[in-house]
Design a protein around this ligand. Sequence first.
Ligand code: ADP
Length: 342
Amino acid sequence: MSSMTICARFRPLSSKETRDHGDTVCIQCIDDETFLFKDEKDEEFTFSFDKVFYEKSEQAQVYEFLAWPIVKDAVDVINGTIITYGQTGAGKTYSMEGPSILVCDEQKRGLLPRVVEGLFDCIKSSGGTMKHSIKLSMVEIYMEKVRDLFDLSKDNIQIKESKSQGILLNGVTEISVSDPTEALQSLSSGIANRAVGETQMNMASSRSHCIYIFTVHQEVKRDDRLKTGKLILVDLAGSEKVEKTGAEGKVLEEAKTINKSLSVLGNVINALTCGSPGKANHIPFRDSKLTRILQDSLGGNSRTALLCCCSPSPSNALESLSTLRFGMRAKHIKMSPRVKCN
Ligand code: ADP
């Protein structure tokens, strides 16, 4: 039994935040794991995570700590999941993708291109006793519908459960990739298909949860056995409260749906952390598509890491506090295969 790896990341102040509040920040670093957080009423809270990445942290540091151990295990077909959580504009997509997954400064490359390269490097160095193959799928959950980002005609993918393979996306496109360039090109075409809406929070904010799925097949030459593991990366939609988005009409509906699925994620986390030790607990995985897809990741059989992305500005203190509290709750999840689904 192991718990999730939970990290917090603070992006640098934006130019708007600097205009409004100068260089004031609501966090005070204590060390790599602990910081003081001051809310808008000057109340202080101490938070401790497995690691805290402050404004000057590099993308490579986030990858090394949070993703690399999961990537290594994925090549050994151990399921892994990496999730970015936080309000719109907090740095989820920057952390996940970087400015672009195809061309950007080496230093700024996000988790996704690093994971792709890490996977292929690990396979190369795993020697000749095993043969690996990798397949990619990419979906987004938009308004509680699972859309295939490699084939937009598949706009309502059903989620199924198999005893031997766990949670499956019925009929989802799977692209076989044989090198990092091929993989990144496929992922880039999927990213271009993401639905984006416009809110007052962030003109290009993504209103959907984006899920990247790497299926790793490992064939042991000696006895022809084929093992399969999944590495899932999730860039969640913004966690801000509906009122703050100033949304109306369709955008309001989108925001409510996002809030609902994130609150189900919170309920699942609560249920996983509040269960009696050793006793199977009712976990509401089926209450949203997001938690259904993440069922294997949260309920056991997976190494999972959560990156809680926050703004360091006092103007976003309320949302940052809510993100950090979400992370603290998740910290208490014990990954146990005994969890029962409803
Ligand atoms: P989100 O995906 O949470 O909505 P983004 O990742 O789009 O937020 O980040 C919002 C803005 O902040 C972008 O312009 C992004 O480039 C910038 N940003 C986020 N995190 C960092 C960081 N660690 N370093 C530099 N810029 C960042």
